[in-house]
Design a protein around this ligand. Structure first.
Ligand code: NDP
Length: 454
């Protein structure tokens, strides 16, 4: 059978764009299907617009607390409409850059929803009219449609926002209930609180950021931003009602809360439904598409990358999966994605960063007696003259017998920039002795990583 394309990529997010561009650079004839703006979750409604909002919140926090440095301000007026408009403009600019780079590589863009009709053919459905616009075929198809927010199955849930809605707002609310204690919930709690919104956070467990090293969760909860947020733990939302233009949340306990708005941040799930995959009987891994280490699904023509497979749902991971896929199948290489020591950050203020095993996980794997912990907590010099001083925490998890560093964790300003570089050394198999013989750079926060002695 003759196909129009060598590769059809369904979904122009981080993973899909990376794969399409890399395959086209090897001379493959590539098409990409996208129903929304080019860029996907990261560029359009995730990492990029969120981080721009984090910069706004940090600027405000710095201005609010800089009097000790002689910087008097007579009250700062935050106009959320300006921030939101600027963020949307930047997102459009980046989306257009991606569109232009696809065009330069002669990648054909199809706007609409991709729907499988055979294992090699898709129809493109117009998002507005729902009419079929095109039918295209290819030897290989890469699914990279990403995820969508998971909603709670409770009465009134459609009255609440998900993170997607935040980027469409015209202005910030005065009060907000955030449900969830993970990445999205904590990052938006930090953004909104530092920019003046009254925030309440509802978590079903005991602590924020379940699964992270416990010291990181505790540092976050003790920080000035989060002590200024009302955290309701061990609680579940039961229903939402509209009351006089506000939203009333009823908890399982029967307690009620009234806020302007509610943000549901209880996880994300693969957005596979519109693809019409059922007739292909692809093997699943829970809610995710099952793939082998070459990102091949149970159908040899169909591949998957990004948030629809059961790997860390992070932009750099999706990009690498997409590039490795194209290197292997369009340039005859034999590459694999390295899932070891993936650095992670939660962009609260201050931020949390981590690479490798948490103390708890290391002790579970290697037994408590074989793990040594190095830890320090202090007020960073930058906070010397500030009113609300947040602390820094650095922690190294070491295997006692081999001296190998198994994990590094940090809470504090610029920790994501520091942990990115620490992850290079963990990937290279660094020992604690290597940290110890490295000269410190003074005065910095990160010098503590090489000056902690047991
Ligand atoms: P997370 O998995 O990080 O957090 C989900 C939160 O919702 C947890 O606190 C979880 O509680 C809670 N939860 C789940 N189900 C329920 C329920 N039925 N009722 C009440 N609470 C519930 O998901 P996010 O949506 O925050 O983020 C999704 C993914 O996106 C992340 O895992 C990450 O991969 C990626 N991301 C990365 C960012 C970054 O790199 N900085 C930023 C934002 C997103 P519990 O802990 O008890 O399970």
């Amino acid at each position: 059978m003759e196909f129009e394309f060598d590769l059809i990529v369904v979904g122009a997010g981080s993973g899909g764009l990376a794969a399409a561009k890399r395959a086209a650079s090897y001379g493959a004839k590539v098409a990409i299907i996208e129903a929304n703006q080019i860029g996907g979750t990261c560029v359009i409604r995730g990492c990029v617009p969120k981080k721009l909002m984090v910069y706004a919140a940090k600027s405000k926090k710095n201005m609010d607390s800089s009097e000790g440095y002689g910087l008097k301000n007579e009250g700062i007026n935050f106009e959320s409409n300006i921030l939101l408009k600027n963020v949307r403009e930047e997102v459009s600019r980046l989306s257009n850059l991606h569109r232009n780079s696809l065009k330069k590589l002669n990648i054909t863009i199809f706007e609409g929803l991709g729907r499988f009709i055979t294992q090699n053919e898709l129809e493109i459905i117009c998002s507005n009219t729902k009419k079929i616009k095109n039918k295209i075929s290819s030897k290989k198809i890469l699914i990279s449609v990403g995820g969508k927010p998971k909603k709670l199955n409770i009465p009134g849930i459609d009255l609440a926002w998900t993170s997607d809605d935040i980027f469409e707002l015209e202005k910030f609310p005065k009060s907000l209930l955030i449900v969830g204690g993970g990445y999205i919930a904590c990052e938006f709690a930090s953004i909104f609180r530092n920019l003046g919104t009254e925030v309440t956070q509802l978590i079903r467990g005991k602590h924020l950021l379940n699964g992270f090293d416990e010291d990181l969760s505790l540092c976050l909860e003790e920080s000035p931003t989060f002590t200024d947020i009302k955290i309701i733990s061990n609680a579940q939302l039961k229903s939402i009602d509209r009351v006089n233009g506000n939203l009333e949340s009823t908890l399982e306990s029967g307690d009620k809360l009234l806020t302007n708005n509610i943000l549901i941040a209880t996880g994300r799930e693969p957005n596979l439904l519109p693809l019409n995959l059922d007739f292909l009987n692809l093997k699943m891994d829970g809610q995710y598409l099952d793939v082998d280490e070459l990102n091949q699904t149970s159908n040899a023509n169909i591949f998957a990358v990004g948030d629809i497979i059961n790997k860390p749902n992070l932009t750099p991971v999706a990009i690498e999966q997409g590039r490795v896929f194209s290197d292997n199948f369009f340039n005859d290489q034999k590459r694999k994605v390295n899932y070891e020591y993936i650095p992670k950050a939660v962009f609260t203020i201050p931020e949390i960063s981590t690479v490798g095993l948490s103390e708890k996980r290391a002790k579970e794997i290697y037994s408590e007696k074989n793990i040594k912990i190095f830890k320090c907590k202090f007020t960073p010099m930058s906070n010397t003259f500030k009113k609300n001083k947040s602390k820094c925490m650095l922690k190294i998890v070491v295997h006692k017998l081999t001296d190998k560093v198994l994990g590094c964790h940090m809470f504090g300003e610029t920790s994501s920039e520091i942990i990115q570089m620490v992850s290079v050394s963990l990937n290279a198999g660094i020992t604690k002795k290597d940290f110890d013989i490295t000269m410190a750079l003074h005065p910095t926060i990160s010098e503590e990583f090489v000056t902690m002695y047991g």
